[in-house]
Design a protein around this ligand. Structure first.
Ligand code: MTE
Length: 317
């Protein structure tokens, strides 16, 4: 059952994909070209819907970007977790295209002055769009490097004026089983909910992404608005957000409900705390064969470790 074993095969599940991608890269590097039209199945990757997506204007580079080379767009947009469109890695790219992302509204609720229902453009109006090239580590032990385009969550939160009682921020994904066929099955307790402590949400690394690779986000990657907190496991990075609620108490997230012994609220990348069913010591970057060591806080320890001083991170996993 998926609820009991939400992430079943963390590593072997991606092996074939890695080999598949690297084999394709090998073929490309040997031949020097991608042979269009000679689709043998091996060479034919599904064309992601947003390859032709709208280019986002006025995107500024960020000094918070890593200099690790990004993955290929095809890797990032065809190997996804988005259970609203199915539990396999391929289904989101195949089915998320049907989701309407315009018009899109975001409800602001709870311990905050500027409550209300905002059109997405109004919510983000005049916030600076930045390219943030971040490492991304999934709890299933695969990883990637992605040039996201987004706005500072800190800047947005400042503008919304949280009250002094706002200790946490809860995010909710769209619930619409007609558009999201995965929600017709009880694999998770829908809608998908995630949360951050307010100091995590207002950390300079946290962004709300609207794009990647200079273009609007493809639906399968969480269009039109998703969270990116790069020092946390991928499941914290909730997609297609329709509600942001400021709370005094810690939200219960979807994965905490699905497997409280396996998925904690904090979910900081920590190679020393294994998942109960597999090691977190290493990761395999999409498109690569060999594993690499996982870094504490996914390589962002210098920036974020201070947020957790005095906390036992084996208990608060
Ligand atoms: N958000 C929603 N709404 N539904 C999901 O199933 N999956 C999470 C996260 N956000 C998920 C989600 C998980 S497990 C991961 S690893 C990342 O999205 C994957 O993001 P990507 O598909 O852009 O790589």
């Amino acid at each position: 059952m998926l609820i009991k074993k939400p992430f079943n095969i963390p590593d072997s599940g991606i092996t074939e994909e890695s080999l598949f991608l690297s084999r394709r890269q090998l073929i490309q590097s040997v031949t020097g070209l991608v042979i269009a039209g000679t689709s043998t199945g091996l060479l034919a990757a599904p064309t992601p819907a947003a390859t032709t997506g709208r280019t986002l204007p006025n995107v500024r580079p960020s000094r918070l970007s890593t200099d690790v080379p990004p993955n290929r767009y095809e890797d990032v947009s065809t190997y996804n977790n988005f259970y609203e469109f199915g539990t396999s890695k391929e289904e989101p790219a195949l089915y998320a295209g049907q989701m309407r992302t315009q018009p899109w509204t975001v409800q602001i609720e709870g311990e905050v002055k500027k409550t209300g229902k905002y059109a997405l453009d109004d919510l983000l109006k005049s916030l600076v769009l930045e390219e943030r090239i971040y490492r991304f580590r999934c709890v299933e032990a695969w990883s990637m490097v992605v040039p996201w385009v987004g706005v500072s969550l800190q800047e947005l939160i400042k503008r919304l004026e949280p009250t002094s009682r706002a200790k946490y921020v809860e995010f909710t994904t769209l619930y619409d089983p007609a558009q999201m066929p995965g929600q017709q099955r009880a694999v998770l307790d829908w809608p998908y909910v995630e949360g951050l402590r307010i100091d995590e949400a207002t950390h300079p690394l946290s962004i709300l992404a609207v794009g990647m690779y200079g273009k609007v986000l493809p639906n399968q990657n969480g269009a039109p608005l998703r969270l990116i907190a790069p020092w946390k496991y991928g499941f914290k990075n909730i997609k297609s957000i329709v509600k942001i609620r400021f709370t005094e108490t810690q939200p219960t997230t979807t994965w905490m409900r699905a497997g409280p012994n396996e998925y904690g609220f904090f979910a900081n990348v920590n190679p020393e705390v294994d998942h109960p069913r597999w090691s977190q010591a290493k990761e395999r970057r999409l498109g690569e064969i060999f594993k690499q060591k996982t870094l504490p806080f996914n390589g962002y320890a210098d920036q974020v470790a201070g947020l957790y001083s005095g906390m036992d991170l084996r208990k608060y996993f």
